[in-house]
Design a protein around this ligand. Structure first.
Ligand code: BES
Ligand code: MN
Ligand code: MN
Length: 462
């Protein structure tokens, strides 16, 4: 692509400032108090897509937050790239752990980002990464280098399960027709080690409630004589893993695909330092399923984790009480072939079956989604690989990620096209955590790399 570097250099400050303005809007989809801010963010994205050169932009209403759609169709005979991203963000709490307010973006240097990083909720997940695509489009249209058609579909409910997007996709197959789906909502190995995400884990998220006596009791008068729901819940949760950290739910592993020796050997070639990993997290040892390495545990293996647990007295001082109820939120990360609804059912059946007499159990399924794997011989992967090779000087490494974007498998199922996950964030960018940030180098590298994807994808499609 001609002049991409000079274009980025010339417009760098504006590219940063526009993103900073977007990051100032607290588009927290999980918290209805921010409804107007989420809606305002959608409007801003619509305006930015128009400015970047889309011929047609619209806000598509859903039963939840709207989907921003934009397109520039230059020739019906040319391929079409569909860009997906999300404009909603995770809640920023706990607020007191942020070094600067989450919706007042600041630029600071870090060890991993010597050229500076923007600190704000959504900087990396996903406003910053989504906006790279808007700016890449601006570059291509304003320099007359857009080689194919493009469609944008930016949603506002990714962090809460994308249920309305699923309906939208099913109902708008024609409108969304494409040859490849392009997403930047994942990570890369390191700023100088480019990688392309070839897999995402699925997810089953459940909430459990354990009920004992019909009211909170004096723990002296009743303690020892009735089931304590918190004790019971803790026991039940502990029993979900065995001494090798295998999950004990019957049937849980039945459909798990075991990777071949060769595939595992390939994975092990990925640059990784266990020492640095432990140091970055201040832990003296890693922990997980026996027989698997850290990178296998967090990508090709399914997991079960408690995300929150509560009940009883948690205020100041001591209160002697046996609570009537105890609760936990539990997520299971799944690998390809495991069906999230089936796993949810297996969990429910098992959890109910291990409850002792004296308590009753409720299992409430939340959202979920299937995992995803994509081959590295597709035109889309090859185009992405060539694009990275040009801008990083290195062939990117295929890497399966532990995170989930549940809608991706639905895209393939409904729209019959492959998704290419070109992520530019780092694991250390603290997405979902306090002090989320996105490297300026990564942001600009993304804007530089994306147009090359379009170019190579169009060439390889011929
Ligand atoms: N962008 C993330 C997923 C992600 C991050 C995948 C890094 C791979 C690498 C996405 O916004 C996310 O947070 N997904 C949720 C699932 C969703 C249903 C709430 C997740 O993975 O917990
Ligand atoms: Mn995301
Ligand atoms: Mn997220």
């Amino acid at each position: 692509m001609n002049n991409v570097n000079s274009y980025i250099k010339e417009h760098k400050l504006r590219f940063l400032n526009e993103l900073i303005e977007l990051l100032k809007i607290p588009s927290i989809s999980a918290d209805s108090a921010y409804k107007n801010d989420v809606l305002k963010t959608a409007d801003e994205i619509k305006i930015s897509l128009k400015k970047a050169g889309c011929d047609h932009v619209e806000i598509c209403k859903t039963d939840g937050y709207p989907i921003v759609y934009g397109e520039k169709i230059i020739d019906k005979n040319l391929p079409t790239v569909l860009v997906y991203g999300h404009y909603d963000v995770q809640p920023p709490d706990p607020l007191d752990l942020w070094h600067s307010p989450p919706f007042e973006p600041v630029i600071k240097e870090t060890e991993k980002h010597p050229e500076g990083a923007i600190f704000a909720r959504g900087a990396c997940d996903d406003k910053g990464q989504m906006y790279m695509h808007v700016k890449a489009l601006e570059f291509m249209t304003s320099t007359n280098q857009l080689p194919c058609n493009v469609k944008f579909m930016i949603e506002g409910e990714e962090e809460v399960g994308s249920s309305n997007l699923a309906i939208f996709v099913k109902e708008n197959q024609d409108k969304l027709k494409n040859d490849v789906i392009l997403i930047s909502d994942t990570g890369m190995i390191a700023s100088d080690v480019p990688s392309i995400t070839t897999g995402l884990r699925g997810l089953s998220y459940v909430e459990v409630e354990v009920t004992g006596p019909n009211r909170d009791l004096h723990s002296g008068l009743y303690g020892g004589a009735v089931a304590n729901p918190i004790n019971i819940l803790a026991k039940m949760i502990a029993s979900l893993h065995d001494e090798n950290n295998h999950i004990t739910i019957p049937g849980f592993y039945d459909k798990v695909e075991e990777l071949s020796k060769e595939e595992r050997a390939d994975m092990a070639k990925t640059p990784f330092s266990l020492e640095n990993y432990k140091k970055a997290l201040d832990i003296n040892a890693v922990y997980g399923e026996a027989g698997y390495t850290t990178n296998e545990r967090n990508s090709i293996r399914p997991t079960l984790d408690v995300n929150g647990i509560w009940g009883g007295y948690t205020g100041e001082g001591a209160k002697t009480v046996i609570a009537s109820k105890a609760y936990a939120k539990i997520s299971m990360r799944l690998v390809p072939h495991q069906d999230w609804e089936e796993i949810t059912q297996l969990f429910k059946t098992h959890f109910e079956s291990i409850a002792p007499d004296g308590v009753t159990i409720k299992v409430k399924p939340h959202h979920g989604g299937q995992g995803y794997v994509t081959p590295i011989n597709s035109i889309g992967y090859q185009a992405a690989s060539k694009a990275y090779k040009d801008t990083f000087g290195k062939t990117p490494i295929p890497q399966r990620s532990g995170g989930s974007i549940p809608i991706v498998s639905l895209f393939e199922q409904e729209l019959k096209s492959k998704t290419i996950l070109m992520g530019f964030g780092l694991d250390s960018d603290a997405i979902h955590s306090p002090n989320e940030h996105f490297g300026i180098f990564n942001y600009l590298k993304g804007i530089e790399t994306i147009p090359l994807f379009y170019k190579y994808f169009t060439e390889l499609s011929k």
